[in-house]
Design a protein around this ligand. Structure first.
Ligand code: IPE
Ligand code: IPE
Ligand code: MG
Ligand code: MG
Ligand code: MG
Length: 300
């Protein structure tokens, strides 16, 4: 009998493989001129990773009746933005990390200059994928809305803004509201956009979009709370990135402010709030319910 967790594991694997192929098709080959840049882009993107954001695109879209083929472009776009954010997040001028997804960070292999350009090029590639996607020719409104949503979520009022708050916060004390604001921007915004792009692919009615948006805001914050928790409790090997990096850089975090058990409670409450908001959706939305719980139960 399929339990939710075995089913989720299978689905994560299946959508993970699907988006891996879709990304491979949408990235220039490693010997395309200039080869160093394209090789670096492929190194950063095709390096594993949990592919949670693409999963959310597929789970939200299929919950509302979209085909997986229609979700490939948006799933790739969010993962390209996410990977760009990781490449830049790891740079010496930011978190200065040597390990990402179980291997050397992009700048360690290609140098800082190329890693900056890899991030820049992945970012613009994300928007090219959405603008170019042939499955959206019948729905220019959805295409434009996706570009609008993803650009806002990635920019100064979304992820980039959150990263600017994070940079300024190193060594500072933030209160709970300030910490939540940082997390909602640096991580929540892109997770929210992932769910919304899935919903737009399916031409969901606005009331459903509002419910999914509430779900997505809750799990987006919970995701970064769990990331902070894992930085304390996880092992470098399992995480595929340096454990204890937040403390080493004096970053304000949820477990730092509230302690581990209150941070865990806060993340769990957010997930329950998220799942409650899916009450009007049928069992086609179960993957959204399962992945919400996975986000706070995951060990890496
Ligand atoms: C790490 O994201 C960075 C954050 C925004 C917390 P993930 O934990 O999704 O990293 P990958 O994609 O699986 O490597
Ligand atoms: C990541 O926050 C936020 C973005 C990459 C936008 P972290 O700096 O905590 O992510 P990790 O822990 O390095 O993956
Ligand atoms: Mg960071
Ligand atoms: Mg970091
Ligand atoms: Mg972290």
């Amino acid at each position: 009998v399929a339990t939710p967790s075995s089913t989720l594991r299978e689905l994560l694997q299946a959508y993970g493989e699907r988006v891996e192929r879709a990304l491979d098709e949408r990235l220039p080959s490693a010997n395309t001129h200039p080869a160093i840049l394209h090789d670096g882009m492929r190194y950063a993107v095709l390096a594993g990773g949990k592919r949670i954001r693409p999963f959310l695109v597929y789970a939200a879209g299929t919950a509302l009746g979209a085909s997986a083929a229609r979700l490939d472009g948006p799933a790739c776009a969010v993962e390209l933005i996410h990977t760009y954010s990781l490449v830049h997040d790891d740079l010496p001028a930011m978190d200065d990390d040597d390990l990402r997804r179980g291997r050397a960070t992009c700048h360690k292999v290609y140098g800082e200059g190329v890693a900056i350009l890899v991030g820049d090029a992945l970012q613009t590639q994300a928007f090219h994928v959405l603008a170019h996607d042939p499955t959206l020719v019948d729905d220019p409104r959805a295409r434009l809305r996706m570009i609008e949503t993803l650009s806002y979520a990635s920019g100064s009022r979304g992820m980039c803004g959150g990263q600017a708050i994070d940079l300024a916060a190193a060594g500072q004390q933030l209160n709970l509201a300030e910490l939540e604001d940082m997390h909602i921007h640096k991580t929540g915004a892109l997770i929210r956009a992932s769910v919304l792009l899935g919903a737009y692919s399916a031409r969901a009615p606005e009331t459903v979009v509002e419910d999914l948006d509430h779900y997505a805001k809750c799990i987006g914050l919970a995701f970064q709370i769990q990331d902070d928790i894992l930085d304390v409790t996880g092992e470098t090997q399992a995480l595929g990135k340096q454990a204890g990096a937040d403390a080493a850089h004096n970053k304000p975090t949820f477990p730092g402010l509230l302690g581990l058990s209150v941070a865990r409670e806060r993340a769990a409450e957010l997930v329950e709030d998220a799942v409650a908001r899916l009450r009007d959706l049928d069992e086609a939305a179960d993957p959204l319910r399962w992945v919400a719980r996975y986000i706070v139960e995951r060990g890496h």
